[in-house]
Design a protein around this ligand. Structure first.
Ligand code: KG4
Ligand code: ZN
Length: 337
């Protein structure tokens, strides 16, 4: 079996997956959301310290299986450097102690493989990746052939939910809370959908965030509960319509038979429903990860790890490198990963 480790941001998670059957034998995650909530975002140094405490605590629960472990899959890119290091250091120690190889895993590939936990891989498909750090449309042909068709020019979809929640003083992370607030609101604020006039296929959330900031500032201290619900509803509508418009442009160029949404923000119900309608219009089958595997978790790293193990992507403890930032070329879609 493979022991997998995820610590790229603010979730400490370990999983055990059987290599031949893909059965998920163990999965546990300790989220740091509450600790970061008062700061309105992830504080890297605090995240690292919490990973250092949580990862060994979860590891203790895997003790009965340690002798059966054949490889350690660990997220080594992209993410917060100090957070990635905690998982990678644990992988190095385990690799030496158990005399098993390490398989480094790209976190974004992990999100794609969240679709295939305890299942066969079903690539090729188009993928919309929406998380706290990324907003991309991918042409995922196989484990090694994933091309970026569209990326964000500035902020990501998930981060714009987090910042909207921060502006409304609703804590961190903002995705779920903004979605809940939006259910109680009306589209009273006229936020414009980003990049409507652009022919380029790309995403941009900085302008929308700014529109929210101006609206919140205008209301000032007299902001009411209903104002907050309405801001959430108006913001979410523009943010999701932006995704739909860019996906529609891609679908017109590239008629995917199968398409998926992955990443933490793929839990958004309205996004799921509206993308479902769009896919139906184009005769495309839509795949969605189970809600429990949308946000960061080690089960998806283990599932991707099975592919990497089959491809013998082994490294020695002194060879593994962390790569905190996806390279600029990758973000601009000039490269595949
Ligand atoms: O994939 P993930 O757990 O971490 C990263 O790799 O970034 O994604 C976390 C992001 C956060 O920005 C969070 O606010 C967003 O996903 N998110 C949502 C929802 N649930 C989580 N965004 C919109 N609607 C949601 N329901
Ligand atoms: Zn993620």
């Amino acid at each position: 079996m493979i022991l997998s480790i995820e610590s790229s941001c603010d979730d400490s998670s370990l999983a055990l997956t059987k290599i031949d059957t893909r059965e998920l034998l163990f999965h546990k995650k300790i989220s740091q959301e509450l600790a970061h909530s008062t700061y309105g975002g992830v504080v890297p140094e605090l995240a690292a310290r919490l990973h250092a405490a949580a990862l060994p605590k979860i590891l203790e629960e895997t003790a009965p299986y340690l002798k059966e472990i054949q490889a350690i899959a660990v997220t080594n890119e992209p993410g917060l450097s100090v957070s990635l290091l905690e998982g990678v250091m644990m992988a190095k120690a385990l690799s030496i102690a158990l005399a098993v190889p390490i398989v480094p895993i790209n976190h974004l590939k992990g999100h794609i493989y969240s679709l295939f936990i305890e299942q066969e891989e079903k690539l090729p498909m188009g993928v919309l990746l929406v998380s706290g750090g990324h907003t991309q449309i991918l042409d995922a042909k196989s484990y090694d052939d994933i091309k970026i068709l569209a990326s964000t020019l500035d902020d990501s979809f998930g981060e714009s939910f987090d910042k909207t929640a921060k502006m409304l003083r609703l804590g961190y992370p903002g995705g779920n809370i903004i979605e809940e607030y939006a259910k109680l609101g009306q589209k009273r604020f006229n936020f414009t959908i980003p990049m409507q006039k652009s022919k380029n296929i790309a995403f941009s959330y900085s302008g929308l965030k700014n529109q929210v900031r101006v609206a919140v500032q205008k209301l000032g201290e007299s902001i009411s509960q209903q104002d907050m619900y309405d801001i959430a509803a108006s913001f979410q509508d523009a943010a999701i319509n932006h995704i739909l418009k860019q996906c529609e442009k891609i679908f017109k160029q590239n008629a995917f038979k199968e398409f998926a949404i992955v990443g933490g923000a793929s839990a958004n119900q309205m996004l799921r429903e509206k993308m479902g309608d769009l896919c139906e219009k184009f005769g495309t089958k839509l795949y969605l990860p189970p809600l429990e595997f949308c946000s960061d978790n080690a089960a998806m790293i283990g599932r991707a790890g099975i592919e990497a193990y089959g491809l013998k992507r082994f490294v020695l403890p002194h060879e593994i490198k962390i790569n905190p930032k996806t390279s600029q070329a990758l973000l601009q879609g000039k490269m595949s990963f």
